[in-house]
Structures are given as structure tokens and as C-alpha cells.
Design a binder for this molecule. Structure first.
Ligand SMILES: NC(=O)c1ccc[n+]([C@@H]2O[C@H](COP(=O)([O-])OP(=O)(O)OC[C@H]3O[C@@H](n4cnc5c(N)ncnc54)[C@H](OP(=O)(O)O)[C@@H]3O)[C@@H](O)[C@H]2O)c1
Length: 500
């Protein structure tokens, strides 16, 4: 099997891809064929010999996987070959197969894809334990999340909202904060651009925050602690920023606040019943669609080192995930995820299929159908801005856009329009056609801005059909792009296509 190996400690570029022997299961162990393995911060530490666990060289990093059971060892009763599972394996996941102790393996939730399954336990497990068991976060309290667009940070933002808190997200760029906003954050601070303490003071009218969730430490810890409300709880989660801060003990005295350590791994082994209860509660949130990890990028196994480098360079928003079966499989899985999302959001009721030109002509004047709801996120808006070289602030500069009448960034009108072919392909299909050409649009009007994070769908009505030379057929489709929960649509256009 192929595996990424750490043969000597150092930076990600020292990792090598090798062909090695498949592992064999021992007592109470099983072998998982890895479909997806997420990259987590400890992976960047373990390869530098800076982590609390120190596997023998050579080893593969990668502690959180999802895949199919390939083989079970003696003593394994609850799993069999072919079962879809996810697991916390500590290391070994950046490989086609990994050996895991049975107590660290869980059956995958119904309807969950492998990429999501490999991205949930570590982040949501940690943040739920921190907010629920340690801080005992209450509805209406104010939660400040540092490193809010990182793995555990973004999970804390989503969970904080779900638990009824007012969430202030703090991160290092407008792009990161835009994703935090999509995940429900109420306020945001770019702590690379503004003074953290001043910003908290002004957002809380001088009162301070009730709970700080801190996975970053370093220079941000002390100003955050100095910004706490009376009876506040400061959660020490990690030190991704590098330095372990040394806090003057007069601060918790003056603030009447508590500094609390969070160690999810220790909690899971020391209090297994409470940990399993938390995992059960998280599972029900996932099944109800209340939580969803942000997948930053999928990487083939050969590029696993790049995933770790991206984490270290603070590029990753949410999760970076490695797909050992390769880039084609990765793309297939992305497609599968898109379908899964569409399925969860709105069941699409059967596609309209035209079998002949006559069928199309007889349909004039009728509604062809509605696409599934599609969420327009900041990443799409940024990519569109890059592609069109239009970087107007209302689209990409969150802070200025927040001051606009819309209160947030909005999708470019032409972005909405350019989605028409995709949305139309969800609604109808022409089985007899060899080729179709988009001829443009008439009467385009943008009626309502689409705020990032909102959902849009297409309602298509066949307006007109006429014959063209060379057996072509011209179709004019009235396309109305609706915004979920708003009466006024985003855009109306008459889209012309010719099929042959
Ligand atoms: N206590 C526990 O039980 C527990 C469990 C899980 C994770 N952790 C710890 O929590 C921390 C975050 O883990 P994670 O998986 O969420 O990592 P992550 O996805 O890489 O997020 C870390 C965030 O920290 C910020 N950051 C600031 N300086 C950084 C630097 N020099 N290098 C990298 N990131 C930097 C980045 O946000 P900005 O760019 O916005 O500043 C980044 O998004 C780690 O220290 C990890 O060990 C602890």
C-alpha cells in the first residue's frame, strides 16, 4: 500500500511517499481502508517531534480517518469487513490503510459522506466538551472565539450559536471572518488589523465577554483575558500561535473569572460515559443538519505534505482533507458531497426529460421546475471576484460591506446569472440532443442583492421555442432566481439556448 512517511523529524517537505506492506490486525484491532483522512494541528507537531505522543520512526501522520473495514482481528465483534466507519487513530491515517484499536472506531452516521465523517470528531468533540462541560455556556451569554476559522475554532462558532450564545469570532483575515459569519457568528474582529481588547470593549459596550475559547494562545491570550466579564470562564484549548502565554495571576482575581484547561483526549478516556453522551448529542445535531464542517480543500495522498504546510501557513479555513485514492477519486467525492448537500437541503423532485423536439414545443408556457437550494458562500464570491478582476468592497471586503445598507457582503449579480446553466441542468435534460449552445440572455434584471450565506434556487418556465437552421431548436427560458425566505427574487432573465 501507499503511505506518507515521516522518516526523520522536520517540516512537511521532509515527508516521503512510499510503497510499504499493508498492516495486519492484532487482538481487538481492525484495518480500515482509508477513504478520507483530515489534517489536524497535532499532525504538524508530531512530524517535528513536538507532540505529546511520539511514535517510532518511520510512521505516517494522520489521526482522524473515515473509510471501510478491510479486515478484523481476533476479538472484534461489532464490526465486519465492508462496514463504513470513522476513527481516531492518533497517527497512520495518511496511508491507504491504517490499523486501529476497536474502541477508537465508530460506525458512520447514516447519510454522512467519508469527507465529513473524517472531519467531525476531533473538532466538534473538543469544542462541545469545552463549551458544555467546562464553561457551561448558557443561552444569551457572549462567547469570544479566537482562531475562529481554524478547525476547533469554527466548530466552537457553530456550537456556540447552537447553544444560544452571542458569538464574537476573531481571526486574521476578512476571508476567514466571512466563513465565520456564514457559520452564524454575530460579530467579528480581525485581530491582525485592530486591537483585540479595544474591539471587544466596543462590541460589548465595555461589559466584556462571558466565555473565551482560546486555541491560539500567544499574544492574544492576555488581551482576551483582560476583556472578560465578571464570573467569566477562559478556556485554554491550545497554542497554535506558538508561545504558551504566562498570565499574571492578579488578572483572574480582579476579573472574578476562571481559567479552565480543556483536554478532550483525557476527558474521553477518563470519563468515557460522559464523552459517549456528548458524541451521541453531536450525532443527533449532525443528523438534523444543524452542524456541517467547512471543507477547505481535498488533497491527494501525494500532496498530503501540502495540507500540513497550508495548516502551518494559516491558510486552512475549517478542514483540509486527504483522499488516499487520488485526485480523480477526490473529485468524485466532491461531486458526491455536493449531491449529498442538495439531498439534505431540498429533495429534488424528478428531473424533466424531453425526448423529442415536439415534446419541447408542446411544453411552451409551462413551468419546467425548480432547482435545489444552493448556498452562496464567500469562497464562491471571492473566486468570482478573482476570475472577473472585480474586487469591489461590497463583495469581498467584509468590514466595509458590514457598514453598507445590506449589512454584509453580497454576491455579484453576474455571479447569480452565471449559475443559470448549472441550476437549469438540475431541472431539465434533453435526451436526444447532441449539443447545446448558450446564446445569452434578454431582459436581465437584478432585483434583490444575494447576501453571502443565503440560499438561492432557480424557477424555470419555458417561454418560447422556434426552429433554427440545421435542425436547431431555439429555446427561451424565463429564469427567476429566488432567495430563500424573501419575497423579492434575486434576478430575472430570459435565457436563450439553441440545441442541435
Ligand atoms: N485541548 C484539546 O483537547 C485540543 C483538542 C484539539 C485541538 N487542540 C489545539 O487547538 C489548537 C488549534 O487546533 P486546530 O486543529 O483548530 O488548528 P487550525 O485549524 O490550524 O487552527 C488554528 C488557528 O490558529 C490561528 N493561528 C495563529 N497563529 C498561528 C500559527 N503560527 N500557526 C497556525 N495557526 C495559527 C489560525 O487562525 P488565524 O490565522 O485566524 O489567527 C488558525 O486558523 C492546536 O494548538 C491544537 O493542538 C486542543
Amino acid at each position: 500500500m501507499k503511505a506518507i512517511l515521516c522518516e526523520s523529524y522536520g517540516s512537511p517537505d521532509k515527508l516521503v511517499l512510499k510503497e510499504i506492506e499493508s498492516p495486519k490486525p492484532g487482538l481487538n484491532e481492525l484495518i480500515i481502508e482509508v477513504k478520507a483522512c483530515s489534517a489536524n494541528f497535532p499532525d504538524t507537531l508530531i512530524i517535528q517531534n513536538l507532540y505529546q505522543f511520539k511514535p517510532e520512526l518511520p510512521f505516517s501522520p494522520g489521526g482522524e480517518v473515515a473509510g471501510q473495514v478491510k479486515e478484523v482481528g481476533e476479538g472484534v465483534k461489532n464490526f465486519k469487513k465492508g462496514d463504513s466507519v470513522f476513527a481516531l487513530c492518533s497517527w497512520g491515517g495518511f496511508a491507504e490503510e491504517v490499523k486501529v484499536a476497536v474502541e477508537r472506531v465508530f460506525p458512520m452516521l447514516p447519510g454522512m459522506d467519508y469527507v465529513t465523517a473524517a472531519s467531525v470528531m476531533y473538532n466538534y468533540g473538543t469544542s462541545y466538551h469545552a463549551l458544555k462541560d467546562r464553561a457551561q455556556l448558557k443561552k444569551g451569554e457572549t462567547l469570544l472565539v479566537l482562531g475562529a476559522a481554524g478547525g476547533v475554532g469554527l466548530a466552537a462558532v457553530e456550537l456556540g450559536k447552537l447553544m444560544g450564545a452571542k458569538v464574537i469570532a476573531a481571526a486574521s483575515s476578512a476571508e476567514k471572518l466571512a466563513i465565520c459569519k456564514e457559520k452564524g457568528a454575530d460579530e467579528y474582529i480581525n485581530y491582525e488589523e485592530s486591537d483585540l481588547k479595544d474591539a471587544i470593549k466596543s462590541l460589548t459596550n465595555g461589559r466584556g465577554v462571558d466565555v473565551v475559547y482560546d486555541p491560539v494562545g500567544d499574544k492574544w491570550a492576555e488581551p482576551a483575558l483582560r476583556s472578560m466579564a465578571w464570573n467569566g470562564r477562559y478556556l485554554v484549548v491550545g497554542f497554535a500561535g506558538g508561545e504558551i502565554p504566562k498570565i499574571p495571576l492578579n488578572l483572574p482575581l480582579l476579573k472574578g473569572c476562571s481559567i479552565m484547561g480543556v483536554f478532550w483526549g483525557r476527558f474521553a478516556t477518563t470519563e468515557p460515559q460522559n464523552s459517549n453522551k456528548n458524541l451521541g448529542e453531536l450525532a443527533s445535531y449532525f443528523l438534523k443538519g444543524n452542524l456541517k464542517p467547512n471543507i477547505y480543500k481535498l488533497y491527494p495522498l501525494e500532496e498530503a505534505a501540502m495540507a500540513l504546510q497550508d495548516l502551518m501557513d494559516r491558510k486552512v479555513i475549517g478542514k483540509a482533507v486527504i483522499i488516499p485514492a487520488g485526485i480523480e477519486k477526490a473529485l468524485e467525492i466532491v461531486g458526491y458531497m455536493e449531491k449529498a448537500v442538495v439531498k439534505n437541503v431540498t429533495p429534488v423532485s424528478g428531473k424533466l426529460v424531453f425526448h423529442s423536439p415536439e415534446e419541447i414545443k408542446s411544453f411552451v408556457g409551462k413551468e419546467m421546475g425548480k432547482s435545489a437550494w444552493l448556498r452562496v458562500n464567500q469562497e464562491m464570491v471571492n473566486l468570482f471576484a478573482d476570475a472577473t478582476l472585480d474586487h469591489q468592497w461590497i463583495h469581498v471586503d467584509m468590514e466595509k460591506a458590514a457598514l453598507s445598507p445590506f449589512g454584509s457582503t453580497i454576491a455579484h449579480g453576474y455571479l447569480t446569472l452565471s449559475l443559470l446553466p448549472k441550476l437549469m441542468s438540475e431541472i431539465y435534460e434533453i435526451s436526444f440532443s447532441q449539443m447545446g449552445i448558450n446564446y445569452g440572455t434578454e431582459k436581465v434584471r437584478f432585483l434583490n442583492p444575494v447576501k453571502t450565506g443565503s440560499e438561492i434556487r432557480l424557477v424555470a418556465v419555458l417561454k418560447h421555442v422556434s426552429d433554427m437552421p440545421n435542425n436547431g431548436l431555439k429555446m427561451i427560458v424565463e429564469a427567476t432566481v429566488e432567495i430563500r425566505d424573501l419575497d423579492k427574487p434575486a434576478c430575472y432573465a430570459e435565457a436563450i439556448s439553441v440545441i442541435y
